[in-house]
Design a protein around this ligand. Sequence first.
Ligand SMILES: C[S@@+](CC[C@H](N)C(=O)[O-])C[C@H]1O[C@@H](n2cnc3c(N)ncnc32)[C@H](O)[C@@H]1O
Length: 225
Amino acid sequence: MQKNQTAEIEWKDTGVPVATQFDDPYFSLDNGLDETRHVFLSGNDLPARFVSGFHVAELGFGTGLNMLATLMAWQSVGAPDGVRFTSFEAFPMVPDDIARALSAFPEARALADPFLAAWADGLRVFDLHGLTVEVIEGDARAQLATWSGQADAWYLDGFSPAKNPELWGDDLLAQVGARTAPGGTFATYTAAGFVRRALDAGGFDVERVSGYGRKRHMSRGILRA
Ligand SMILES: C[S@@+](CC[C@H](N)C(=O)[O-])C[C@H]1O[C@@H](n2cnc3c(N)ncnc32)[C@H](O)[C@@H]1O
């Protein structure tokens, strides 16, 4: 896989972007923002857990919608200092595609200007209304291995495990466990058995809970002590 290969996008009539390389949408066809709130925020008990220095990490940055939903949730509890959002992305979208995707979510788009300006300037570390954001480009399997951070909450948001198995492999999910702070958590929209087993092997107590929309189940978990 080449580093920094730009995402190729096709658009559903509804405005949902689909990655041609993976033949999979970036978020729910029903309501991407609601899905993010259900799966990644509630799945990690956010915003209740936000404290100064809290670190969210994500596999699969895509349009930045999860980042913007996190920003809104963090602001809703008073925006404690020093909260960080780090995301890994192998196929960055071009700014126009991101702006087009976010235009379906006025609430998120209203906060996106500093992000879009930084992104267009090629910046991958930027401040977003006080949230410190870093997007690490390249294949997450290589980049996470050299990452020295530790996340309090993980959003595991690759394309579907059947279409994007690279982001759901045993080794990568073991690295996720190794880069989780004590008491840290993960959430993901998938309940695929091999993903849950890999996360269990990676050190998490994994549970299957109600999914969003048409998905009956999703998974969440907490790092074992
Ligand atoms: C479902 S989308 C993520 C949606 C995103 N979280 C958002 O808020 O829009 C999955 C993302 O994983 C990225 N991806 C796929 N394989 C990857 C890999 N090996 N390393 C890093 N990112 C990868 C894709 O390019 C895509 O942006």
